[in-house]
Write a protein that binds this ligand. Structure first.
Ligand SMILES: *Cc1c(COP(=O)(O)O)cnc(C)c1O
Length: 464
């Protein structure tokens, strides 16, 4: 067996990768042709590839490396835990210290009434759990007909059958027979793309009131819960008009339905508070967590559940659970990650220093000739690209064509910035220094300049 190491030529690694590794959300034939970028190591806010490039990671991996790369404390926590107890389950009336300690810490950090944690290894699995949790909750309360979960188009809630069904991504529903029954989608609060001539504040109310309309149409006796990300992430970092959030809370309060806040991205400091729900003023019954919970150093997720739901579910045997529920190594690493976020004041720094600094610089990006709107909450931001700021026109190309061009220019300029359609998005490590924020902005601006020149060259630019 050949040793496959970092020292092999990139082309050989790419060929082996394309031959045997099926990539997520990728056209594999295209990947085989182009070869994947091989990431070999990372430090702080930077990743390094096999060609020796040092790339500023404007996405914190996939929105998850909140404390940055290379924290030895997390390595040590994993090593200690692996030596002491690498695995044990918490089925059959057993438990272990990492599970106990992490649960107690999460109960302390979460809003007052959320004190109980059910674990998974990912955000998708946690949302699958949530589907069963809320339906079981209502069944136990003698209302088994309350089984519909309302979500939003262009939401992202994961890639399992349940998670992708809750999500509102058309491309995902088109494959594999989704969504599963009793999931209902209302429109997203994306004023830029869908608001037309409506005033943004009005539009925010209208989109929130679609929830009320759906509850009334479907019947309150049929609806179990509403699920939403406080700020849509994978959908393109969509920040709704400020009128939206309180109206959602009002509607959830008025009708007997549960609010599930999917905090997989917004949680653990991303928006300048421990949880996005705090930033937007929601009082959820369940919060989905993953990603920043361990800063991506270990796969772990979960559902933080209200006292009321935990009490009701506690009356039955909940026939659900994963082998790696509260995995001791993952839990130990998550706990250490939370300690660092807390003791180093990283969350408050996002709120008081890095976040406001980035927000100011990000707002200036709106002056770029191709940027129609620059939105940001804490350390997650988006830029809507357009050839005409006044009309919010699309490019003379399929949606995403120009976004993709710009993403390629970012890579060439050693910056990871993703595109969702023709929106560019960032979600950098929360530990970024102010100098690194400057570097991000500088590279982003340069990449947009080059992307714009390329779009014009290809004839995709028409002010229309
Ligand atoms: C990433 C994400 C998920 C899915 O988490 P995985 O760990 O990839 O399964 C769910 N919800 C939101 C909001 C996400 O961003």
């Amino acid at each position: 067996m050949v040793q496959i190491t970092n020292h092999m030529p990139t082309a050989e690694l790419q060929a082996l990768d394309a031959a045997h590794h099926m990539h997520p959300f990728t056209t594999q034939s295209e990947l085989a042709e182009r070869g994947a970028r091989v990431i070999t190591r990372a430090e702080g806010s930077f990743i390094f590839d096999s060609e020796g490039n040092k790339i500023l990671d404007g996405m914190a991996g996939l929105w998850c490396v909140n404390i940055g790369y290379g924290r030895q404390e997390l390595v040590d926590a994993a090593t200690r835990q692996m030596a002491e107890l690498p695995y044990y389950n918490t089925f059959f009336m057993t438990t272990h210290v990492p599970a106990i300690a992490l649960s107690a810490k999460l109960a302390e950090l979460a809003p007052d009434h959320l004190n109980h944690v059910f674990y998974s290894s990912s955000g998708s699995e946690a949302n699958d759990t949530n589907i069963r949790l809320v339906r079981t909750y209502w069944a136990e309360k003698g209302k088994p007909s309350k089984s519909i979960i309302i979500s939003r188009k262009n939401a992202y809630h994961g890639s399992t059958l349940g998670g992708a069904s809750l999500g509102g991504m058309g491309g995902m529903h088109a494959q594999g027979g989704l969504p599963i029954p009793d999931i209902y989608h209302i429109d997203q609060p994306n004023w830029w793309a869908e608001g037309g001539d409506t005033d943004p504040a009005e539009f925010g109310l209208e989109r929130a009131r679609q929830l009320e309309k759906a509850i009334l149409e479907l019947g309150e006796d049929r609806v179990a819960a509403f699920i939403a990300e406080p700020v849509q992430g994978a959908g393109g970092v969509i920040v709704p008009p400020a009128t939206y959030w309180p109206e959602i809370q009002r509607i959830c309060d008025k009708y007997e339905i549960l609010l599930i806040a999917d905090e997989v991205i917004c949680g653990f400091g991303r928006t300048g508070n421990w949880f996005g729900s705090e930033t937007v003023g929601w009082k959820p019954d369940i919060m989905t967590i993953a990603k920043g919970l361990s800063s991506g150093y270990q796969p772990i997720g979960g559902s933080i559940v209200s006292d009321e739901i935990a009490k009701v579910i506690g009356n039955c045997e909940f026939n659900h659970g994963y082998t790696y529920h509260a995995h001791p190594v993952a839990a130990a690493v998550a706990l250490e990650n939370l300690r660092i976020l807390d003791e180093e004041g990283i969350v408050t720094r996002v709120r008081d220093e890095t976040g406001p600094y980035l927000a100011k610089k990000w707002a200036e990006m709106a002056e770029h000739p191709m940027v129609g709107e620059a939105q940001i909450v804490g350390m997650m931001g988006s830029l809507a690209l357009t050839p005409n700021k006044a009309t919010r026109a699309a490019f003379k190309a399929d949606a995403g064509t120009v976004g993709y061009l710009c993403r390629e220019r970012c890579f060439a300029n050693n910056l990871v910035m993703r595109h969702v359609g023709d929106r560019m998005i960032i979600s950098p490590p929360l530990t970024m220094t102010l100098e690194e924020v400057d570097l991000l902005i500088e590279r982003a601006w340069k990449s947009l300049d080059e992307g714009m020149a390329e779009a014009k060259k290809q004839g995709l630019w028409e002010e229309g």
